[in-house]
Design a protein around this ligand. Structure first.
Ligand SMILES: NC(=O)c1ccc[n+]([C@@H]2O[C@H](COP(=O)([O-])OP(=O)(O)OC[C@H]3O[C@@H](n4cnc5c(N)ncnc54)[C@H](O)[C@@H]3O)[C@@H](O)[C@H]2O)c1
Length: 416
């Protein structure tokens, strides 16, 4: 698969700019800020599963300026129910006139001029987007009907069959050509710890030699049957490990996709037996059941080496995730980025490990805040923090995750 060669490494954001919601002034812009939410599910309106909840961050960033003009979701009742809840609270003014539509075409048909959106926030399931196929091409439809309007799109960019990857690159080209502001939801890039790592690399002019990533999911907490079914959610590397494959690329740069090799431990091997699944895996066809462990290595185009291991092995609730980045004389070790990020730094001249803790960090808010600042930044203020995850970059991460899944499947087939 060929991909364009623009660098995936971007400048860092000064970590003093990445503050929790209560310390950040609301957007300085004026007038209503119209937004359309696509998808009325967990990522948009929150759930017990995690801290994600885009509507909450938009409310804080925009205050009374936020006007959610439409929610688009085929599950109309689900959308109406969350809107009714919002209207019971002090953020009512953002939602009291929100219209619900089953699809984008209905919205286009019924939109009045004062509903014209400044941003679409897309949190529909990835199997319904990221392609050029009718009905699964919402990005292209938005570019067509709303040229220049900003897009925020959740990760991963798609989850269709591997053959459709080329379409995702096509969508990326169209977004780039349109010049629309676009951000993809790889929020870990906005962690203060991650930006500190970037800063150390930039300030010391370092060349990354290796990235070592480990993502151990707490499977007991994963009660969605689709997650356990490769035919539905494409498997844990593409759906979940994607965050750490993306972070690895953020530090290592573009990957030589032909170099990816991987092994897996499967559900039907003795060591792959799990005792605390909340779901009934017998409902998933054997060929669609997910791996318990996948371990991959690759070469970056820079020559550096990347390794990633995903595990469906822990019980309880919290995940255990770590990313190490090595450069001559340096080890940057990010621990527990989802729960309480800690960065351990070893530098030349000492074997001592510095420890940096980052309390009250909210990367979900930071990614929304940076998006709005970019949309409102008509003066192109050089101080405005830049969006850290472009659609093109996100497609390259998607490509890497498919390469890992396929390499693991090849290795398994060869051993049978
Ligand atoms: N960044 C993160 O940490 C994070 C966390 C959670 C979810 N996500 C991502 O957000 C996306 C959605 O996940 P979720 O947990 O909210 O799922 P969900 O199942 O809770 O909600 C998805 C919603 O989209 C609706 N929908 C289905 N088809 C649609 C279509 N064609 N157009 C519009 N809406 C449609 C569904 O009816 C549902 O209400 C996924 O890509 C997921 O990976 C990211």
């Amino acid at each position: 698969m060929s991909s364009s060669r623009s660098p995936s490494r971007r400048n860092s954001i000064d970590i003093s700019q990445l503050q929790p919601m209560h310390r950040v002034h609301q957007s300085a812009g004026v007038g209503d800020f119209n937004v359309v939410f696509v998808g009325a599910g967990n990522i948009m309106f929150g759930s017990d599963e995690g801290p994600w909840n885009h509507s909450f961050r938009f409310e804080h960033k925009l205050g009374p300026r936020l006007k959610v003009v439409a929610v688009i979701d085929p599950a109309v009742e689900r959308a109406r129910a969350v809107l009714a809840q919002k209207c019971e609270t002090f953020v009512r003014s953002a939602y009291e006139h929100t219209q619900v539509y089953k699809n984008l075409a209905e919205f286009v048909q019924h939109m009045t001029p004062n509903m014209a959106p400044r941003a679409f926030v897309i949190g529909s399931p990835p199997m319904f987007r990221g392609t050029t196929n009718p009905g699964r091409d919402i990005e292209l439809q938005i570019l067509k009907h709303f040229p220049g309007v900003a897009l925020f799109i959740e990760k991963p960019v798609a989850t269709g069959p591997k053959e459709e990857l080329v379409q995702a690159f096509k969508v990326s080209e169209e977004i780039k050509k349109s010049g629309a502001t676009c951000s993809v939801g790889y929020m870990l890039r906005y962690l203060r710890a991650v930006q500190m790592m970037k800063q150390i690399i930039e300030e010391n002019n370092l060349t990354v030699m290796a990235t070592i990533a480990r993502y151990a999911a707490a499977y007991e907490a994963i009660a969605k049957l689709d997650w356990w079914d490769k035919s539905k959610s494409a498997g844990p590397i593409i759906e979940q490990g994607t965050h750490f494959c993306d972070l690895s690329r953020y530090f290592g740069g573009d990957v030589d996709i032909s170099s990816v090799v991987a092994h897996s431990l499967e559900w039907d091997e003795p060591a792959g037996k799990l005792s605390k699944q909340k779901i009934d895996e017998s409902q998933v066809a054997p060929e669609n059941r997910i791996s318990r462990v996948t371990s991959a290595t690759w070469k970056y185009e820079s020559g550096a080496v990347g390794t990633f291991t995903h595990l469906t092995a822990l019980q309880g609730h919290d995940y255990s995730c770590e990313l190490e980045v090595y450069a001559d004389g340096y080890q940057l070790k990010l621990v527990n980025p989802y729960v309480a990020p800690i960065l351990y730094v070893r530098r030349p001249g000492s074997d001592h490990e510095e420890t940096h803790q980052f309390s009250e960090d909210d990367p979900f808010f930071s990614e929304v805040s940076v998006l709005i600042d970019n949309i409102e930044d008509i003066e192109e203020d050089p101080e405005t923090a830049q969006i850290l995850s472009s659609f093109e970059d996100a497609v390259k991460t998607y490509e890497l995750t498919w390469a890992i899944r396929e390499a693991a499947e090849r290795s398994r087939a060869a051993r049978k």
